[in-house]
Design a protein. Sequence first.
Lengths: 394, 240
Amino acid sequence: MEALDLARAQFAVTTSLHFLFVVLTLGLAPLVALMQTRAVITGREIHERMTRFWGQIYVINYGLGIFTGLVQEFQFGLHWSGLAHYAGDVFGAPLAIETLGAFFLESTFLGLWIFGWHRLPKWAHLACIWIVTLTAYASAFWIMVANSFLQNPVGSELRGGKLVIVDFGALVTNPNLGMALGHTVGAGLWTASFVMIGVCAYHFIKRTAEQEFFLRSMRLAVWTGFLASLVTVGFGYAQFGVLGDTQPGKTDGVEGYLANMMTLGNLLTVISFLILPPLLIRGWIARRRILLGLLILCVPLPFIASILGWLVREIGRQPWLVYNKLTVADGVAHVSTASVTFSFIAFTTVLGLLALADYALIIRAARRGPGDVPLGARGGPGTSASAGTPALTL
Amino acid sequence: MELLWLAIFAILLIGYFALEGFTIGVGLTLPWRPKAERGEHITAIAPFVLAGEVWLVGLAGVLFGAFPRLEEPVITENHTVVVLLVLSWVLRDAGLWFRARADWIVWRRGCETLLTVGSVGLALSWGTLVSALIHGSVTALAVLYAGIIMALFALHGMRFAAWRLRGGKAGALAVSAIAAAVPAIVLIAGFAGTLLDNTADGGALTAMAWILGPIIPVMAFAQWWVWRTFSKPSDIPSFF
């Protein structure tokens, strides 16, 4: 393979890995914030336990979002300096705003939330998770502003061989932005719904001691999925109109990905919209063991659908890096094939292994249940991670 | 407007060296501490890592947004060093993030090794990158720069541990923070002209300034709040 193919492959692999973790972060953050809000208002223990258990899964998942995100940020400079030369004066602005105006705050307040349990006043600690949620969505907004510019380079004109901003308002009102952002937000909530449902299903099948805990969690997850299916599918179809105007023929080369994504979307909609809500009546869902087993098997599906969606959006843009302006061949940096091979193998191996380890840790925390959650533990015997629990039971 | 973005770039670079220097320093001196003390040291830096490393995330964003034509000379032309820097950073973070998620002894030691290897890698690759930027290419001098940066970070880490765990003086920590930031100050002093000559188009600089202006006080408040909250040790179990 040549440097260009390798650089593209690396971008595809690291971006896909990044989004697998980001999509769950986006969905879980508001749900954990909601749980903690109820905990603070009612003062009831069940809500604090829910916040800590689901919050811990959220935090473990978050780690890989950071690791893959760091690689993501630097690979623009490593492999796509042609893009920086030609469009950095436009494309760079939303990226810089994202890192400083959104992620800087998200990361700082996440640290305050993770380590601030029982140290910060309750309301201040609650404010931290809401700021983390808000800034996570601000991040999603600015990244989608940047991506939408690549799809449909509005608000800019060519001066002296480079694109410059002439109308910043046009960048943030890009027709390719709004529907895609709504679609992404819906996908995040929908993914979180399926993950929570899968974990609850496991505890119902195993008949663990936490039936009330998981029945409450299941109700939240099912109603979240019910709403998210409407949002995701609605904004998904709405994008076809925009594409007809700005990127006609975009889906011609990617029908396979698109068809598979829509088939998955339809299946998930049937589950979230039709099957699950009625089964909440009198807790019927907790006793349908075959259905529960199938629901665990469904957990990977929204992740697969999310990646297929991105493949449609990004491969459909080819051969353009900036649509109708700059090709990927002109945007790639002048780096030797050996160098790109080295970085591709190194990043893919390290991030791939860390992703597997992270999923193992999430599964471990999920199986242990809310009885042993280090996040937000107060100390003393029986509450910390090392309190007589067996070693690494996966 | 160009001066404003030079100032933001300088503050982020200096802030990164001063505020991440000690977490890297604690990571790279970990093998020289008794096994029983390692957990305590990791617990001490844990609440500061997310708030410290984010200065470099911001710096890389500003490099792209405010100085897009420097992406190539800074990052592309130092490809291998930057790949190693980012890899080291990822491994350091993974060691921290994963260590306390299982209590299996081999797991914990393995994660501590990742933390140390990542921290050493960060100090080495920063030394190499700084020398390559100053001298135009990687030469034997890289060893010297790497050694200096490693020593500065290690000193800063030791001062931090003394302050946080054994009631050491905050003044001594401030001095080691300034020392750790010396490489950043040298870079800014040497490249201020290059940065000013390579700013992005005025439209981008103005748009970014208007949007980020109101957020900068919140960023400063969040950093201050982290230091206020976590400056005192506590017996609440740490998540890392």
